[in-house]
Design a protein around this ligand. Structure first.
Ligand code: PMP
Length: 426
């Protein structure tokens, strides 16, 4: 049994910051990251054997809970037949068929290995299809770390984005325009000025990377309308929301059809998978059918397809998402009640099995600017208090939380008991 602090020190010698993805380092909350050793159902177990109720779910994929026996069995069976062939396999077609069956706006789909690859490729396809370079995104939405998407709003100008990381060329960032999520007027204004130069809008239909912010009434429809009017493509980045907020994604839930959809997380069941899809007309521009190039050595990897397809099959069970939503509602209702009892200013957002917690006096959190004003210090203390009590929340005030189908009533109750104690201690 090795302590997390020892493991972290060793890791820092060989891995930048000790982690392979920055948010894992606990830089948002302070302290040493927990090292997980194994996970089962709603629980993760650390390197010292302590059990936590997990509301991160590997950042979204584990909608069935961890190590679901049927998913594990599918992976084992696939692995025994060989790990990768670099040639077509039947399961890729079964997976594509399933995605097209479930998502209203997807007629053809290409598999990749991460959400970043999915959005990067979708942007290239939108640019290649439209013959335009400019793209629109929203502040606080995250779409992976490709150059065009690692961009924030430039000061004062609607027209030029600026890199949000060194290494992103200013010339690339200049083609990304960043607007305010849930601000339909700014979208209409921009399109009135520049609509004919815009290849696409990319949006998280429910924002999950600035905590959890649902779209306001009419916002997604406005995006659809301006894209139709100016011949731009609408990309729903459903890497997080796909199969999470409902079986048919956010596009099914809100009844808005995007031109392209990007996927990740749940579609891989915990294995590294992403995908992007859309109408036959647009996807037909992708190599080898068309001129827009995109490829991947491990794309459609059979073991990853086995995990993802089994996960998709299992979440198609009748009532699956209704129950997930109910469990999440029960969790959030209980948290609100305990925060109120403790006199802590607190509010929550929820869409299906996805939620956000806000330490704020405001009751309705709809904008990025409101998220930025939440009490970060309180969040950090809440996070560490809950961790101590065996509840694992996302180690950042800017991430959505996730409930899985494996979270039973007793797990929710235990979480609420812990929260009662922690709220009182804040
Ligand atoms: N899009 C969204 C909406 C995401 O939440 C994420 C990751 N959290 C990504 C894209 C990038 O996916 P990945 O980390 O698999 O590259």
């Amino acid at each position: 049994m090795t302590q997390a602090s020892d493991l972290f020190s060793q890791a820092k010698k060989f891995i930048p910051g000790g982690v392979n993805s920055p948010v894992r380092s606990f830089s948002g909350v302070g302290g040493t990251p927990v090292y997980f050793d194994r996970a089962q159902g709603p629980y993760v177990y650390d390197s010292e054997g302590k059990r936590y109720i997990d509301y991160v779910g590997s950042w979204g994929p584990m909608i069935l809970g961890h190590a679901d026996p049927e998913v594990i069995e599918a992976v084992k069976q696939s692995a025994e037949k060989g790990l990768s062939f670099g040639a077509p396999t039947e399961i890729e077609t079964r997976m594509a068929e399933k995605v097209c069956e479930l998502l209203p706006a997807v007629e053809m789909v290409r598999m990749v290995s991460s959400g970043t690859e999915a959005t990067m490729s979708a942007i290239r396809l939108a640019r290649g299809f439209s013959g335009r370079d400019k793209i629109v995104k929203f502040e606080g939405c995250y779409h992976g770390h490709s150059d065009s998407l690692l961009v924030k709003a430039g000061s004062g100008a609607l027209t030029f984005g600026v890199p949000s990381s060194p290494g992103v060329p200013a010339s690339v960032a200049a083609d990304t325009i960043t607007l305010t999520y849930n601000d339909s007027d700014s979208v209409r204004d921009l399109f009135a000025k520049l609509g004919e130069q815009i290849a696409c809008i990319i949006v998280e239909p429910v924002a999950g990377n600035m905590n959890c912010i649902p779209p306001e009434n009419g916002f997604l429809q406005t995006l659809r309308d301006v894209c139709d009017r100016y011949g731009s493509l609408l990309i729903f980045d459903e890497v997080m929301t796909g199969f999470r907020v409902g079986l048919h994604g956010a596009q099914g839930l809100y009844g808005i059809k995007p031109d392209l959809t990007t996927l990740g997380k749940i579609i891989g069941g915990g294995m590294p998978v992403g995908a992007f899809g859309g109408s036959r007309r647009i996807m037909g521009h992708l190599a080898p059918l068309g001129p827009v190039y995109q490829a991947g050595t491990l794309s459609g990897n059979p073991v990853a397809m086995a995990a993802g397809l089994k996960t998709l099959e299992l979440i198609c069970r009748p009532g699956f998402h209704d129950r997930l939503t109910q469990q999440t509602t029960q969790l959030l209702g209980g948290l609100q009640q305990r925060a109120d009892q403790a006199g802590i200013a607190f509010t929550t957002n929820q869409v299906g099995g996805m939620f956000g917690l806000f330490f704020s006096e405001e009751k309705a959190i709809k904008r990025f600017s409101q998220v930025m004003q939440c009490n970060q210090d309180r969040f950090k203390r809440f996070f560490h208090g809950m961790l101590e009590q065996g509840i694992y929340l996302a180690p950042s005030a800017f991430e959505a939380g996730f409930v899985s189908a494996a979270h039973g009533d007793a797990d929710i109750q235990n979480t609420l008991d812990a929260a009662g104690t922690v709220f009182n201690s804040l």
